[in-house]
Design a protein around this ligand. Structure first.
Ligand SMILES: C[S@@+](CC[C@H](N)C(=O)[O-])C[C@H]1O[C@@H](n2cnc3c(N)ncnc32)[C@H](O)[C@@H]1O
Length: 270
């Protein structure tokens, strides 16, 4: 898996012809993933005052988050992504834009954040990067702040990954596509698991109050996790709710086939 430098090289040199929209296709479209997959999981925390979005890319979620807060701060390690977002959302005067080094949140004032959000980005970040972000978030979040971060969980399949790597690449790819191996093609951070993330939260003085281990686009392996965390002793603090959801792909298929705009032949209200 890639470190910060490899992530910067990849995302800064990438062509983004569709602003990342094609990554939503397994849900039908981006609206279906936002309203069917993400908003139900964060609705308790929005609308709110100040949101930090870490790693917005070309703004697939920024488009929705911007109407859910008074102030939105975007931080991404890619200059190209931040330039694109500042053009795309140039009319929204409550959005601020920062390029960082892939670890630092120095640009954020202490005790200023109500909600931190990251989805479909930090799955590529190893444990040292998450440790750095979580350590700073403890002071950047307000005492009653809360965070929702989508990160890797593929570290729980270390043995299967070792075996998969011993296979000829074409065989490995075919087995991944059939869901028989954890998805190595999805470039997940192998040092990260749900347990590692909650341990990093504890060390930072944050509490992980929910963790949902999820499958992704291919197969039923729980290669990712969405974690919800808050400063210890905030009003959101409670014992952790932990669940395993190997069926996210089926939620996505239902949205794609029945409820997404793309499931209708005629777009009545495009
Ligand atoms: C797959 S894109 C996803 C973008 C957006 N979240 C979306 O879903 O469309 C990954 C993004 O994460 C950013 N990124 C990767 N590692 C990062 C890090 N350590 N800190 C900040 N941004 C990072 C990349 O620059 C890129 O914009």
């Amino acid at each position: 898996m890639g470190d910060v430098a490899e992530n910067r090289t990849l995302w800064d040199s990438k062509d983004w012809p569709d602003e990342g929209e094609s990554w939503s296709e397994w849900w039908g479209d981006t609206g279906a993933l936002w309203y069917g997959g993400i908003l139900p999981r964060i609705h308790a925390f929005v609308p709110t005052g100040t949101i930090l979005e870490i790693a917005p890319g070309y703004g697939r979620w920024t488009h929705y988050l911007r109407s859910l807060c008074d102030r939105l701060v975007l931080v991404d390690l890619s200059q190209q992504c931040i330039d694109h977002c500042s053009q795309r959302f140039g009319e929204d005067h409550h959005i601020e834009y920062f390029v960082n080094d892939g670890r630092s949140l120095d640009m954020i004032e202490d005790c200023s954040l109500d909600f931190v959000f990251s989805f479909d980005s930090l799955v590529h970040a190893e444990a040292d990067v998450l440790e750095s972000y979580l350590g700073q978030l403890r002071t950047k979040l307000k005492p009653e702040g809360i965070g929702f971060i989508h990160h890797s969980n593929i570290g729980r399949y270390r043995r299967a990954i070792r075996l998969a790597r011993a296979l000829p690449p074409r065989v490995m790819t075919r087995l991944v596509e059939r869901g028989m191996l954890p998805d190595l093609i999805a470039w997940r951070a192998e040092s990260v698991t749900a347990e590692v993330f909650s341990g990093l939260c504890e060390r930072a003085g944050l509490r992980c109050v929910a963790q949902e281990e999820i499958s992704w686009q291919r197969g039923f392996h729980l290669i990712d996790t969405v974690s919800v965390f808050t400063p210890a002793r905030s009003g959101w603090d409670r014992s952790t709710r932990h669940m395993r959801n190997p069926l996210l792909r089926l939620e996505a298929a239902r949205m794609a086939g029945t409820y997404s705009r793309t499931s209708f032949h005629h777009q009545v209200n495009p």
